[in-house]
Write a protein that binds this ligand. Structure first.
Ligand SMILES: NCc1[nH]cc(CCC(=O)O)c1CC(=O)O
Length: 313
């Protein structure tokens, strides 16, 4: 390849948040770049960037002006050329990036499923009526209210480690985490059971590491092209078009999942009233390259069924 490779003297800076999961994802990205270009670790620098969202731990995110809380400082570092790429959990990212930036590189996707995590019970179905579950996700809260109305849901913020500590302290009988996060953190000692997407449709882009860069940076574009996973790209194009069409964010009760079987992309989508009193679902099968159009079409279809104020309930 004719890309102007970084040398230890001119290192390639990888920006990330400082949480253990974010760091694991930045390390995975670095390993893939090292392998793709046969470069030593010293060719890359992992730059930890403090973001506002990590410093406010006492409130549900939807009560703060959530926009850009986890990304603003990182995107500023990209625009200032302090970093060359930024590694994200795509599920936490808005569908559109600030001017000059693009998020179009996705690593091979991890397990997409939500995980039921409990020190006392083996599965969601095994929870008795009245059991207390902790989550801060509006999607998981609405899905639980719709399908398991006898559970009590309490607010559970914080990173994976914080939530597990709350479980150990008995604040709740169970919680939910993305299986991908548990696996990336090698949390083999945590008792968890993945939940079928038929029972809990995951968040848009769950399990997918996404990498952002400056649009005009040809070197970063060529580096990232070498580690991009096309299949994951097609799946996320569909899911993110669905999310974009709904004008949703990670704080709206929306589930969606695209899967590929041969030449066919299978997209499922779901929107919920926050209290779980209404769930609207849809699904489409289209050729793999037409996921974005399918996502947009599905969003329009569901919105016309939902009418106005659907998400306000
Ligand atoms: N909202 C936090 C967040 N963002 C990404 C992941 C997990 C990893 C992923 O889905 O890629 C998590 C934790 C969780 O939901 O348990």
């Amino acid at each position: 390849m004719t890309v102007n490779l970084p040398t230890p003297a001119a290192s390639f800076n990888i920006g990330t948040r400082g949480s253990p999961l974010a760091l694991a994802q930045a390390h995975e990205t670095r390993s893939r770049l090292m392998a793709a270009f046969d470069l030593p670790q010293e060719a890359f620098k992992i730059c930890v960037i403090k973001v506002t969202g990590d410093q406010i731990l006492d409130k549900p995110l939807r009560e703060i002006d959530g926009k850009g809380l986890f990304t603003r400082e990182i995107e500023e570092a990209l625009l200032d050329h302090n970093i060359d790429i930024a590694v994200h959990s795509t599920k936490d990212m808005p569908v559109e990036q600030p001017g000059g930036l693009i998020l179009d590189t996705f690593l091979p996707r991890e397990d997409v499923r939500d995980a039921f995590v409990s020190l006392k019970y083996k599965s969601l179905a095994a929870l008795p009526d009245g059991a207390v579950v902790g989550t801060s996700s509006t999607r998981r809260r609405a899905q639980l209210a719709a399908r398991y109305p006898k559970l009590q849901v309490v607010e559970f913020r914080g990173n994976v480690q914080t939530r597990l500590k709350k479980l150990a302290d008995g604040v709740a009988d169970a919680t939910f985490l993305a299986t991908a996060g548990l696996r990336r953190l090698n949390m083999d000692d945590v008792p968890y059971a993945p939940i079928s997407p038929d029972d809990m449709l995951p968040a848009i882009a769950q399990g997918a590491i996404g990498i952002e860069r400056r649009i005009a940076d040809d070197r970063a574009a060529e580096m990232l092209a070498a580690i991009h996973d096309a299949e994951t790209g097609h799946r996320l194009a569909a899911e993110r078009a669905f999310l974009g069409g709904l004008d949703g964010s990670c704080e709206t009760p929306i589930g969606g999942l695209a899967e590929i079987d041969g030449e066919t992309l299978f997209l499922r989508g779901e929107i919920l009233r926050p209290d779980g009193s209404l769930v609207l679902t849809d699904q489409l099968r289209v050729p793999v390259g037409e996921g974005a159009a399918a996502g947009a079409a599905m969003a329009a279809r569901l919105l016309s069924k939902a009418g106005t104020d659907f998400f306000d309930a």
